[in-house]
Design a protein around this ligand. Structure first.
Ligand code: DC
Length: 221
């Protein structure tokens, strides 16, 4: 069993930025589980499927083979063998991933992949249900959160930095919708694990959050 760090939290809380930095500093593998759900969501979009049609999504997920690979330590998501890493960071995919990840066959498909990675490696894994469902015995569990306004503003700036157009109000609405869907679904909803440490990053710098979680890891190693 590797040393396992679980970071859960709502969209835009800074999980991936923090987890990537931590993984580099600790020499761990970073596993972005959201990217896997995004891979499946992209498949549904390409097939023109209505994400709210649970039956169709549950059937079609059988044809969406998601795997991951690492290139220079960076996680790539492969959808039926195609590297789709550059295609999954849109608002359309975000909302579809939040909708389709509520269905049991979609979650079941990714469960073993995620657990196997943690079994065989020292990992920092981020997502929504890592501390509660995927790795209930993780060595360190963090619930990383921030206010909706802060999270929307961060996403907005990320898009602008990439030279992409963005609408702050629309991003804020998407985040509220995803929070609601992710927190109220029946299977593995987003919630703080009882033994997780809550970190509110609204008024913290990236360095401060990284240092806080690194401290928690060092106490356990
Ligand atoms: O972390 P993210 O924004 O890339 O995740 C996209 C969606 O995938 C998120 O809204 C809910 C879903 N997800 C999930 O249900 N469980 C996870 N462990 C990770 C993501």
């Amino acid at each position: 069993m590797g040393f396992n760090v679980a970071i859960d939290g709502p969209a835009g809380a800074g999980k991936s930025t923090i987890a990537k930095r931590l993984a580099k500093e600790l020499g761990f593998i970073y596993v972005d589980t959201g990217a896997m759900y995004r891979g499946i969501a992209l498949h549904m979009i390409r097939k023109g499927i209505d994400g709210h049609d649970e039956k169709v999504v549950s059937e079609e997920v059988k044809n969406a083979d998601v795997t991951i690979a690492y290139e220079d330590g960076v996680q790539k998501v492969l959808l039926n063998g195609e590297d789709v890493s550059g295609l999954i960071r849109t608002e359309e995919v975000s909302v579809m991933a939040s909708t389709t990840s509520a269905y049991a066959p979609v979650r079941q498909k990714l469960l073993d992949l995620q657990r196997d990675l943690a079994k065989n490696n020292d990992v920092i894994m981020d997502g929504r249900d890592i501390g509660t469902t995927i790795l209930p015995n993780a060595d360190v569990k963090v619930y990383l959160t921030a206010s909706v306004e802060t999270r929307a503003d961060r996403r907005y700036k990320e898009y602008l930095e990439k030279g992409e157009q963005a609408d702050l109000k629309e991003i804020e609405e998407d985040i509220r919708l995803r929070d609601h869907q992710d927190m109220t679904r029946e299977i593995s909803p987003l919630k703080k694990a009882e033994d997780a440490t809550e970190v509110d990053s609204s008024h913290m710098s990236i360095d401060e959050v990284v240092a806080t979680i690194k401290d928690l890891c060092e106490q356990k190693r």
